[in-house]
Design a binder for this molecule. Structure first.
Ligand code: FMN
Length: 207
């Protein structure tokens, strides 16, 4: 039985395409794998706080040496890390904002990339991801077209960033479904929807 952590990061509700398609995947997945567990976190509507000075002090203080104030400063991060580590698969719905992820997802990533919890520093001074054997599916929604060969492709800092940061914590099995051209006219958008439905059906069959 798999345990999926499903995260939406659009501040939009029913109008959100990343939310719609991540939901479509989860519904289809549950139909095919009724025994699997899904934990849902909506960081688009319940935004994640930025790390601050006491958070940083706490993160680099061993747990048993933390004052009650430092323990409090890192409490949400501990909850998010525990939730992240409890899952073995991840499904993220992610809008493209200014060629990257929305700031609440960046804040979430800052909360869960933690030394000693999701990555370690090796004796040689390198890094080692601690989140092994897991899979990530990212469904992005984008106003433009960033597909390989398009004129905007070099501006896609979203997919490379997410691949890099999750590989850093040890997750290298990463699939992207980029739903693009959502700012185009209705006909082009319908083509994007058709491609998205097909990619989601394929992912449900093969993920
Ligand atoms: C603040 C903001 C920044 C955006 N930046 C980009 C961008 O850099 N590239 C792009 O293709 N679309 C951009 N868009 C369009 C969104 O990616 C598009 O509307 C997408 O559908 C949003 O996801 P959602 O439907 O899940 O809310 C931007 C939208 C907003 C509100």
């Amino acid at each position: 039985m798999a345990h999926i952590l499903h995260i939406d990061s659009s501040p939009r509700g029913e109008r959100s395409f990343s939310r719609k398609f991540s939901g479509e995947f989860i519904t289809a997945w549950k139909n095919a794998h009724s025994g699997d567990k899904v934990t849902y976190r909506d960081i688009g509507h319940n935004t994640i706080p930025h790390v601050d000075e006491s958070w940083i002090a706490a993160a680099f203080t061993p747990p048993d040496a933390r004052t009650p104030e430092l323990a409090k400063a890192i409490e949400l991060s501990d909850t998010l890390v525990n939730e992240f580590l409890a899952a073995d698969r991840y499904v993220f719905g992610v809008p493209m904002y200014n060629f990257n992820v929305p700031s609440t997802l960046k804040a979430y990533i800052d909360q869960i990339v933690r030394v000693g919890r999701t990555f370690a520093v090796t004796e040689q001074g390198g890094f080692k991801g601690l989140v092994e054997g897991k899979k990530l599916l990212v469904i992005t929604a984008r106003g433009g077209d960033f597909s390989p060969g398009s004129f905007a492709a070099p501006y896609d800092y979203q997919e490379p960033y997410l691949r890099a940061i999750f590989a850093f914590v040890g997750i290298t099995d990463i699939t992207f479904i980029n739903v693009e051209n959502l700012g185009a006219g209705d006909e082009v958008r319908q083509q994007s929807f058709a491609k998205a439905h097909e990619a989601i059906a394929q992912a449900v069959a093969s993920w």
